[in-house]
Design a binder for this molecule. Structure first.
Ligand code: RIB
Length: 303
């Protein structure tokens, strides 16, 4: 069966609930501190694996306690970690997350996530990837290695999914190597200059990204669901599934994991978006990133 290869970040998330954002120079009391496995790459890998896909991770952590714990957690979720490097001279990535009223703000220490270069990722891809596999990457690793990996994976016949988060402009000629780009509103504005706020602007942004060369586009809109345009150019809107929001951390990653696993399952883009919406509704109802990501059985129980 085709597999999913994720090149991405692994972070330990230090997450605390605050009644509001503190002002400059102010200290306020928080509560509900958790230390939980995260990182956009690892979260997406866990989501795809829990939804039934065969997933391999390309990543780096430090040779420290966080790195060991994150790797063990990924393995427990069924992700192949043979290509997760434990590097002696850097620390594992850490995300400091402030949760307020169901939303979160994140400050990232990239650490080992920026340690892998183009050559490392290319040699892993050559070793593991084959035509028909799905390649998934985000914006938390070294930018040059990420761009190189997208080009190499696409050239090798893998279906490439790019989640430009955090977003930063990329060379225009990269888009031809992106089969599906999945991004939220602010990322969309940075990547193509259009802030999607309604169907018309979602369509305008999708058309722009497809003109640049992306094969398909999915824009995630939080509580407003998602908007997609496939290679056929037909727009589709999918509502968010009802949920009691506890913590939104990892919801977008769960959705992207479902897009990747849905591709392997042979679902349509719309079918994958609906599956992702259900999966994400479970993630937001629980605390933490990876601990919240549901299994396929949990998602099926919602149908
Ligand atoms: O998308 C959520 C993730 O972003 C968190 O798990 C955190 O590690 C940051 O990378």
């Amino acid at each position: 069966m085709a597999q999913i290869i994720v090149f991405g970040s692994m972070n330990m998330d230090l997450s605390i609930d605050a009644p509001r954002m503190p002002a400059a120079g102010e200290t306020i009391a928080g509560s509900g501190l958790i230390t939980a496995a995260g990182g956009k790459g690892a979260n997406q890998a866990v989501a795809a694996s829990r939804l039934g896909a065969d997933v391999r991770m390309i990543a780096a952590v430090g040779a420290d306690g966080f790195g060991d714990e994150l790797t063990r957690g990924l393995e427990r979720a069924g992700v192949d970690c043979a290509r997760v490097r434990h590097l002696a001279d850097v620390t594992t990535g850490v995300a400091v997350i402030l949760r307020t009223a169901g939303e979160n703000r994140i400050v990232l220490h990239a650490g080992a996530n920026h340690a892998l270069g183009s050559d490392d990722v290319a040699s892993d891809l050559l070793r593991m990837g084959a035509s028909g596999d799905v390649f998934v990457t985000q914006g938390e690793c070294d930018p040059a290695a990420t761009e190189f990996a997208l080009r190499a994976a696409h050239e090798r016949g893998l279906y490439t999914i790019f989640n430009p988060a955090p977003a930063r402009p990329v060379p225009d000629d990269l888009w031809a190597s992106v089969d599906l780009v999945c991004l939220n509103e602010t990322e969309c504005q940075i990547m193509c200059g259009v802030l999607p706020v309604d169907d018309a602007t979602c369509l305008a942004a999708s058309c722009r990204l497809r003109e640049l060369g992306a094969g398909a586009v999915v824009i995630t809109l939080g509580a407003a669901g998602s908007f997609g345009v496939g290679p056929d150019g037909v727009p589709v809107s999918v509502p968010a599934a009802p949920a009691t929001v506890v913590d939104t951390t990892g919801a977008g990653d769960t959705f992207i994991g479902a897009l990747a696993a849905g591709r392997i399952r042979g679902l349509s883009l719309e079918g994958s978006m609906r599956w992702g919406a259900l999966a994400a509704s479970l993630t937001v109802s629980r605390l933490g990133a990876q601990p919240s990501i549901p299994t396929a059985a949990e998602v099926e129980a919602l149908r």
